[in-house]
Design a protein around this ligand. Structure first.
Ligand code: BDP
Length: 622
């Protein structure tokens, strides 16, 4: 086995400790799934909407818009959920709106949910950007700070107060960014009346993507019994042919409960079971979870069914929750990233949640299209730059064997992200931040939360900026030679890239991922010899990088992720041509010339480093 024995022993000894650390995280964040004991009702579709355009943006609170139907306090327009509101209308003031917007809809709650006091009814918002307050029938039920992560509130007792009333959900969302938000921003007021109209202000932001806002992911009502499975944590390992699933189940709503955990294979056959709330399930002749293009049978998922029974003076409750489980290990040496003890080379992309009309709104057709494009490209991985992506995307990664570097943005959301994403086989590493100013605390904190995964942070090519490097397991470097540095000079790439790698490795002896590189290309702009912004220039940058990557991947470079998978929207500015054009696909997901260069390379890399599934021998058949 290529993994050093020392690492293997350390791993086994640590598994239980790891597990305790991951389990320490408060209450659970299990993705709502239907089962024989749970129902899910999606509240997506058309909502009423109004932006509060009053001078202080506070009229909605002053006039308590949540107390009655939104249409009674002013005009409303149709707004789809999930979607960013910015690109839905022709109104430039809504596209660039800063402040509170109000969403509302009425829901018919099934009578049996109301009648049965033993049923918990939970309202869940998949994500809303940035600050949200939620009311049900005029009563505040929760508020939440930060986009990109779910939040929820139990509303059963509230809707039971008057079952004849419809359930009116009001959500106010504010996208103002300050120096205390993540991502950060600041509001600048311009008071010079010779230059600016009355009340003029701008939202400055310090990141390179459009500040899309609104309800970005699904809003759901779901039920559980009063006594329910609150959280499940799994950490996996294997020994020879036996898979090991260390698990822990936590229960809410019952002082005592009996549990049964059953692990089933793809055909629904029970392969291991236990009646303990925590322990280890042993799987004989295990099918490991392998990344796409690394194995002929990638992304094997077992199902772990947890069945709970609890009784109180009134009733007996049964809850069933089924979690997909991929059994795999991750290890890092000074030169390699090992999945299931085999060297893994990241050949992938960086993405954004971004598309036209929807902005950052979750959209299944887009997600499935993107996965088809990833597979067409021969990509085996991506990084969730620069925020947590929708859980459904990680579920797709588990299903398709696409490996994820999961990026968080601050300590509190770090806790939430680990809590939310800890069970995904596809998530092999946490990235604590992108080009951060202060990263040590984040790195240490994340390692303490989940010692079962390596941690990285994304740095730039300046190796002097290394405060986090001693603490991470893998060094991820972004560099844009011949673009931001020495623009137009392709000839600097070989020397500067080589120097970059040698400096970082020389100092830390840790494996390195080229986590961003690339060049803007406006689709359809051509120039030979290549000039910046042409498709030929983008191609040439990639090819120069690839020459150096091919030398260094034989030593300690363990991956390359292009910036970016697709063009994406940014704030308007003199360096952006209707957004960032470093995509190898357009925003509409059509390939630029660079996509074909990358496709040829990734399939070649896959042929060299992996064992291709039979059905992928002919990549053109997608
Ligand atoms: C990188 C940032 C990314 C930008 C990219 C660029 O991480 O968010 O979009 O530069 O400028 O450093 O294209």
């Amino acid at each position: 086995m290529p993994v050093p024995a020392r690492l293997g022993v350390f791993r086994v000894l640590c598994l239980f400790a790891v597990f305790e650390a991951v389990c320490l995280l408060d209450t659970g964040m299990l993705f709502p799934r239907e089962s024989s004991s749970r129902e899910v009702k999606e509240l997506n579709g058309r909502w009423d909407f109004r932006a509060d355009k009053s001078p202080n943006r506070n009229q909605g609170f002053e006039k308590a818009w949540y107390k009655s139907r939104l249409a009674e306090t002013g005009p409303v327009i149709d707004m789809p959920v999930p979607a960013s509101y910015n690109d839905i209308t022709q109104d430039p003031t809504l596209r660039d709106f800063i402040g509170w917007v109000w969403y509302e809809r009425e829901v018919v709650v099934p009578a049996r949910w109301i009648a049965d006091e033993g049923t918990r009814v939970v309202l869940r918002v998949g994500s809303a950007h940035y600050y949200s307050v939620v009311w049900v029938n005029g009563v505040k039920v929760t508020e939440h700070n930060g986009g990109h992560l779910p939040f929820e509130a139990e509303i059963g007792s509230l809707i039971r107060k008057d079952p004849t009333q419809p359930c009116r959900i009001t959500i106010a969302v504010n996208n103002t960014l300050t120096l205390d938000t993540l991502p950060p921003g600041n509001i600048q007021h311009m008071d010079d009346h010779t230059k600016y109209p009355d009340g003029f202000f701008v939202q400055n932001i310090y990141f390179d993507f459009f500040n899309y806002a609104g309800i970005h992911r699904s809003v759901l009502l779901y039920t559980t019994p009063k006594a329910y499975v609150d959280d499940i944590t799994v950490v996996t390992d294997f020994l020879d042919n036996t898979g090991l699933v260390y698990y822990k189940v936590s229960v809410q709503g019952a002082a005592t409960a009996t549990l049964k955990a059953t692990l089933m294979d793809k055909n629904g056959r029970c392969v291991a079971s236990s009646s303990e709330p925590s322990g280890v399930l042993k799987v004989v002749d295990v099918n490991l979870w392998w990344p796409y293009l690394m194995h002929e049978n990638p992304a094997y998922l077992y199902s772990m069914e947890v069945r709970l029974m609890a009784t109180d003076s009134r009733s007996t409750y049964e809850d069933v929750y089924t979690l997909p489980v991929g059994i795999r290990t991750v290890n890092v040496t000074s030169t390699q990233f090992l999945i299931n003890n085999k060297p893994f080379y990241f050949h992938g992309v960086n993405k954004h949640e971004d598309s036209d009309i929807r902005g950052k709104g979750f959209d299944w057709p887009l997600i499935v299209k993107d996965f088809n494009l990833l597979k067409w490209l021969g990509a085996n991985s991506f990084r969730t730059s620069h925020y947590p992506y929708a859980e459904e995307i990680l579920q797709m990664c588990d299903r398709h064997g696409i490996v994820v570097i999961d990026e968080l943005s601050l300590v509190t959301s770090g806790v939430l992200l680990v809590r939310r994403d800890k069970n995904h086989a596809s998530v092999v590493m946490w990235s604590v931040a992108n080009e951060p100013a202060a990263e040590m605390t984040l790195i240490k904190h994340t390692k303490a939360l989940d010692p079962s995964r390596p941690v990285t942070f994304i740095t730039d090519s300046n190796y002097a900026r290394d405060r986090g490097a001693p603490y991470v397991d893998v060094i991820c470097v972004n560099s844009y030679f011949s673009w931001y540095h020495d623009p137009g000079h392709l000839e600097v790439i070989p020397i500067q890239l080589k120097t970059q790698f040698e400096n970082w490795y020389g100092k830390y002896q840790k494996p390195i991922i080229q986590s961003e590189y690339g060049a803007d290309a406006v689709a359809g702009f051509h120039s030979d010899p290549p000039v910046m912004f042409s498709e030929e220039y983008q191609k040439a940058v990639l090819q120069s990088y690839h020459n150096v990557l091919d030398q260094k991947r034989k030593q300690y470079v363990i991956g390359e992720l292009i910036w970016n998978f697709a063009d994406f929207m940014t704030v308007q500015g003199i360096t952006r041509v209707v957004g960032n054009k470093k995509g190898i696909f357009t925003r509409e997901r059509q390939p630029k010339a660079a996509a074909f260069i990358l496709k040829e390379r990734y399939w070649r890399l896959a042929n060299e480093t992996g064992r291709l599934p039979v059905w992928t021998k002919y990549p053109c058949s997608f």
